[in-house]
Design a protein around this ligand. Structure first.
Ligand SMILES: Cc1cc2nc3c(=O)[nH]c(=O)nc-3n(C[C@H](O)[C@H](O)[C@H](O)COP(=O)(O)OP(=O)(O)OC[C@H]3O[C@@H](n4cnc5c(N)ncnc54)[C@H](O)[C@@H]3O)c2cc1C
Length: 405
């Protein structure tokens, strides 16, 4: 990113340079909208990885980003769910194979640092996009424009502001949008690892009584781990030395990847679920975690965020071509409508699935087991679940279908 002042008055400002904000900025600028992205560097490095599902990969290809990602990404051909709760009512193991729905892979797993680097590289090549490394201190929506003030006192005005400033979104507060937020008694421990046996491009999600323990392939003999634990155990495991932690992981994974060696860098993420009551208002459209947060189950969080970015890009570029205002009330309402069902249904489904893991209530445990049994045994149901998991049946933004804006 560069420290700078805006070159010209832009039509759009994106606040936040994470993966959702960068994607929104590229989509807007590719569609001919002069855009300024203002982002501050995150406080600490992000050691997480993202399983990008097929539609997200198509969108990144369409935006000219994927070529910069491909060397760092591993295909996900098989996804397994293993009930490791040790409870009386245990679900059968369910295995999803991408070839069953005529896909080469459900998607690709990539380290977040490589994904952000690839997006920044593409963003820097677009003449209609300027990146300013700074912190936004205030967002002031007005009737015919919105003003964004930077920490150094510079003010920028634009028709549309895209709020991609994460969980504690300043943009969301400025637009007066309320978010419903619930915390879980869980923390995700994240780490990348090397292993002695090949992963065969299979991701495995062990469902444990504290939450999922998920291994996702990276290129070569490497994988990423998201281990959802109760807060005390997450702290305890995070403070183990490399040898002790590798050992714990090897045992928890039932040695399916052989000998484990953790790599440097660990993350701890308290889990919660949050959904904004509106996704756009007063010339501010929310994307990514500014709009919704889900626990890391089934690789949905950023995939939803990229669909938000693609949707606001599509609507704003459409309005711009019709010579309409890109931040007007009609665009705000259309964006809210376009994203509501996708975000609402996925947030609800992930929340329910997570809660069935935490409950000791036998009828709920058996209902979960029965659900997974049916998915495993009924082919058309399994294929429908796979298709819906990869992409929503309705309201897929155009970029996810490979159509340029
Ligand atoms: C353990 C874990 C595993 C996950 N795995 C997956 C997965 O496999 N697949 C998937 O799809 N999703 C996954 N997710 C979700 C995914 O990581 C998030 O959805 C994603 O990182 C959110 O991106 P974002 O751009 O919305 O927000 P962020 O990455 O939080 O970016 C927000 C940016 O805004 C900047 N910012 C904030 N305030 C300001 C300000 N005032 N001025 C300027 N800049 C500002 C911040 O510095 C930051 O750079 C996972 C989440 C967790 C916790």
């Amino acid at each position: 990113m560069t420290s700078d002042k805006p070159r010209n008055r832009p039509l759009a400002i994106v606040v936040g340079g994470g993966p959702a904000g960068l994607t929104a900025a590229i989509a807007l600028a590719e569609g001919g909208i002069t855009t300024v992205l203002v982002g501050k560097r995150p406080a600490k490095p992000d050691n997480r990885t993202t399983a990008l599902l097929a539609g997200s990969v198509t969108a990144l290809q369409t935006l000219g980003v994927w070529d910069h990602c491909v060397a760092h990404a591993a295909p996900l051909k098989i996804m397994r769910i293993v009930d490791d709760t040790g409870r009386l009512w245990r679900a059968p193991e369910v295995k999803f194979d991408a070839s069953e729905i005529e896909l080469e892979a459900f998607g690709y797993n990539i380290e977040n640092r490589h994904l952000v680097e690839a997006l920044e590289r593409r963003a820097r090549a677009l003449p209609t996009l300027q990146i300013i490394e700074n912190e936004v201190s205030a967002v002031l929506p007005q009737a015919d424009t919105t003003t964004v003030e930077l920490k150094d006192g510079v003010a920028i005005h634009a028709e549309l502001v895209v709020g991609a400033d994460g969980r504690q979104s300043l943009c969301r507060a400025a637009a007066g949008i309320v978010i419903d937020d619930r915390h879980y008694p869980q923390v995700a421990l994240t780490v990348c690892l090397r292993h002695s046996r090949p992963h065969q491009n299979a991701s495995t999600e062990f469902h444990t009584p504290t939450g999922p323990f998920t291994l996702v392939p990276l290129p070569g003999l490497r994988s990423s781990l998201v281990w959802v634990l109760d807060p005390a155990r997450a702290d305890e495991f995070a403070s183990l030395d490399d040898h002790q932690l590798s050992d714990k992981i090897e045992r928890a994974s039932h040695s399916i990847l052989g000998k484990i060696e953790v790599e440097p860098g660990r993350g701890l993420f308290p889990l919660h679920v949050a959904i904004a009551r509106r996704f756009a208002d007063k010339r501010v459209a929310l994307v990514g975690e500014a709009a919704h947060v889900v626990p890391p189950i089934g690789a949905q969080g950023l995939n939803l965020g990229l669909r938000d970015a693609a949707a606001i890009g599509e609507l704003a570029v459409g309005a711009h071509r019709r010579r309409h205002e890109i931040g007007g009330a009609d665009v705000m309402a259309a964006y809210d409508r376009m994203r509501r069902s996708d975000i609402g249904t996925r947030t609800l489904a992930i929340d329910l699935l997570n809660r069935t893991l935490l409950t000791d209530f036998l009828p709920i445990q058996s209902a979960r087991g029965l659900g997974l049994y049916m998915i495993d045994h009924i082919g058309p149901l399994r294929r429908a679940v796979m298709r819906e998991g990869v992409a929503p049946a309705v309201a897929q933004p155009r970029l996810m279908r490979g159509e340029a804006l």
